[in-house]
Design a protein around this ligand. Structure first.
Ligand SMILES: NC(=O)c1ccc[n+]([C@@H]2O[C@H](COP(=O)([O-])OP(=O)(O)OC[C@H]3O[C@@H](n4cnc5c(N)ncnc54)[C@H](OP(=O)(O)O)[C@@H]3O)[C@@H](O)[C@H]2O)c1
Length: 291
């Protein structure tokens, strides 16, 4: 099992929910990522209204050697209302054993592969039973259909309930300079405590920090720009380096449609913010001196 390296390429915006890539464009992005040593791709069954996995799979099928060079993460557990799932009457969560197994097997078909590197439960489900999730994971692992398992958007109490039944390798949560809650709400501490690797979704804040009508964002951007200059780099590198400073070794999942931005995130692996500089950014985030 290969270790997942930073950054991961997030594919949510590659298909119907964003760039609407052709098979050729998927292939160009995949090749460009691999060429630069970015080999893990983050998906979910629902992306593109259940179409992005298959589109990505179509691009992979063009070269059978690709699968061995790629690590695939996908998620399950959200049921969306869309023309592709006409039997769904309301948006809901489903973490039943049957649904998890069915969803993972559907993802395998879409990708045209026999295994997923990582399967995540997309959101905590108010009706979830940890034992049932564990049974699904054991079944899928025993059949070699998933290599690793994790969760997404789980708070420490969700993780703690589930990890009594099954090993959790990852928790993928929203973390960025404009969404810093996991630094203080126990999520990252819980990861450290149980050797769970945190992945950060929307680590660039979806580009929202560019909104200069917000004094809060303006303060953050001004501080990040100052450090971009000091460390002779760009703002995206600083935003990612801010996350990488945390001892839990956060892996950013960058949702860009531009290879340059993935490379900027990779470059962040070589930027080591001093503790004081990190706190200068933190002070810009909270808008006042720390207590
Ligand atoms: N587990 C979950 O619940 C969950 C939820 C949401 C997302 N995800 C995963 O996380 C990945 C990343 O999330 P995300 O795409 O929402 O957020 P993101 O990686 O923070 O941001 C990507 C978006 O921000 C834009 N952007 C980034 N830097 C910019 C800059 N300096 N100036 C202007 N625009 C900039 C990108 O545009 P360009 O395309 O032009 O670069 C893209 O639209 C997704 O692809 C998905 O795999 C997981």
């Amino acid at each position: 099992m290969q270790k997942i390296a930073s950054p991961v390429a997030g594919c949510m915006r590659w298909g119907k929910w964003g760039a609407q890539y052709s098979t050729k464009q998927y292939r160009t992005m995949i090749d460009a990522c691999l060429q630069h040593g970015i080999n893990t791709f983050d998906h979910a069954d629902i992306y593109g209204d259940y179409t992005t996995e298959e589109e990505f799979g179509n691009a992979m099928k063009e070269d059978l050697s690709l699968r061995d060079r790629i690590q695939l993460i996908t998620k399950c557990g959200i049921q969306m209302m869309t023309a592709n799932r006409p039997h769904h009457q309301i948006k809901s969560y489903n973490t039943s054993k049957e649904h998890i197994i069915h969803s993972a097997e559907t993802s395998l078909k879409h990708f045209g592969t026999s295994y997923l590197d990582v399967l995540l439960i997309h959101r905590p489900d108010p009706l979830m039973h940890p034992h049932e999730i564990a049974e699904a994971v054991f079944h899928l692992k025993k059949q070699g259909k998933i290599l690793q398992f994790g969760v997404s958007n789980f708070l420490p109490h969700h993780v703690n309930a589930l990890r009594r039944f099954v090993e959790i390798d990852y928790n993928q949560v929203e973390i960025s300079i404009i969404h810093t809650a996991p630094f203080l709400n126990g999520v990252l501490d819980n990861c450290l405590e149980h050797h769970i690797i945190p992945m950060a979704w929307a680590p660039l804040g979806g580009g929202l920090f560019n909104d200069d009508s917000s004094p809060h964002f303006r303060r953050i951007v001004s501080s990040a720009n100052e450090f971009a200059e000091k460390y002779s780099t760009g703002i995206n590198q600083i935003l990612v380096a801010f996350l990488l400073k945390h001892p839990s070794k956060i892996i950013p999942v960058i949702g860009t449609t531009k290879v340059e931005r993935l490379l900027q995130a990779k470059e962040a692996n070589t930027i080591f913010l001093s503790r004081e500089d990190w706190f200068k950014l933190w002070t810009a985030v909270i808008g006042e001196d720390i207590p």
